[in-house]
Design a protein around this ligand. Sequence first.
Ligand code: SAH
Length: 253
Amino acid sequence: MSAKVWLVGAGPGDPELLTLKAVRALGEADVVLIDDLVNEAVLVHCPTACIIPVGKRGGCRSTPQEFIHRLMLRYARQGKCVVRLKGGDPCIFGRGGEEAQWLRTHGVEVEMVNGITAGLAGATQCNIPLTLRGISRGVTLVTAHTQDDSSLNWQALAQSGTTLVIYMGVAKLSEIRDQLLAGGLAADTPVAMIENASLPQQRECRSDLTAMQEDAFAFQLKSPAILVIGAVAACEDVKRSQAAAEWCTDLAL
Ligand code: SAH
């Protein structure tokens, strides 16, 4: 039997944001290796599978990546249907690319299933359109946390004219603020900080670039959270409907 692993995105937390394909893969799974940001409610779709938590916060503190690779390989070679379930999208700061490459080098077929990444879901849940005609022409997803502590090109980010969606930024708020200010981003640029996006315990803190660190501290912002930085982070439904009305007038609709 040919060995195969599904690398599946479980979405940001709300089990209804799971794709139909993810549900099908889970339904076929014999073994499911889950990360700790996965909402366990999605496991109703694989009631008979063997569940192995391999997250860094859960029961298994800091499961080495090499161990996860070998576990997947072992089960796949036994002919088991293996699902590697990750929070959000497997290829957005989820090591999906690394795992797929490793498995393929070891002769294992890999099928990826997208999930809704936290940055997109968080913004939408807070009524923030990440792109908005005339206001934001693009989005940059970026992680504040690098394995080798190498620095990002903050100046390029500050001057990109895109909405910045920052993952893993809670512990680096002052650095993010300082670097973006130094890079030329306006001090009053709106910021939204969204914790536990799409889950019942979701919380959002609105601020601006200068005040974000103090505001997050007062709000007791905790991980997992994403930061949305850019003019759209100040959008509210009212403003959006006004803008929509203006566009309709422009277009003579
Ligand atoms: N692959 C995931 C990201 C994993 S990196 C995805 O596509 O969403 C982990 C980071 O993702 C967290 O530190 C946090 O910044 C963000 N994150 C994941 N789930 C989140 C959630 N429900 N709410 C807010 N941020 C979340």
